[in-house]
Design a protein around this ligand. Structure first.
Ligand code: GDP
Ligand code: MG
Length: 166
């Protein structure tokens, strides 16, 4: 099994922390560069029975300047080329405009989108329940997976879920 997965989300939600944790020393390429028009391979995770390539998708963060139709199309096409999309949010924050922007971009995407609620080590379970309640009405997520990328909580479960998607 092998496949491509992209992680989208606002800055500081924990995307790089997640990649560092799952890829660790085996990291192939790590890029925190600003958006480019091409896909950037962020890392390749090799498991016993599967290989997952994490890629960076351009155009999903709200741009400072008006994004042309071409760029929107390009970003959407890219999202349609991956096997699955991880939309990562910070559990400490509520639903905001940046999240709505990303959800709008995901609207015409036919690929499975997983909502990853990160930093659960920082919140009370009631808050997690509240977030799930809010988000599940915003988009038909394939699954909602709470994790702590920093401490590793539920990360193995997430990898199993993603593996099943390939
Ligand atoms: P990115 O911009 O989405 O790539 O976010 P980073 O991975 O750079 O993380 C931003 C900050 O959040 C860093 O200070 C991380 O240490 C912190 N962080 C990431 N994941 C977690 C988590 O699960 N729990 C906690 N408490 N902090 C986290
Ligand atoms: Mg990063």
């Amino acid at each position: 099994k092998s496949g491509f997965i992209t992680i989208v989300g606002r800055p500081n939600v924990g995307k790089s922390t997640f990649l560092n944790r799952v890829i660790g020393q085996k990291i192939a390429i790590m890029s925190d560069k600003a958006q480019t028009t091409r896909n950037t391979i962020q890392g390749v995770l090799t498991l016993d029975d599967a290989q997952i390539v994490f890629i960076d998708t351009p155009g999903i963060h709200k741009p400072k300047h008006k994004l042309g139709d071409f760029m929107v199309k390009l970003a959407e096409n890219t999202l349609n080329e991956v096997d699955a999309i991880m939309f990562m949010i910070n559990a400490e924050e509520g639903f905001g405009r940046g999240d709505q922007y990303i959800i709008n971009r995901l609207e015409n995407i036919k690929k499975p989108v997983y909502l990853i609620i990160n930093k659960i080590d920082r919140i009370h379970p009631d808050k997690l329940f509240e977030l799930i309640t809010i988000y599940k009405d915003k988009y038909p997520f394939k699954e909602i997976v709470p994790i702590s990328a920093l401490e590793g909580n539920n990360v193995d479960h997430l990898l199993d879920v993603l593996k099943d998607q390939l």
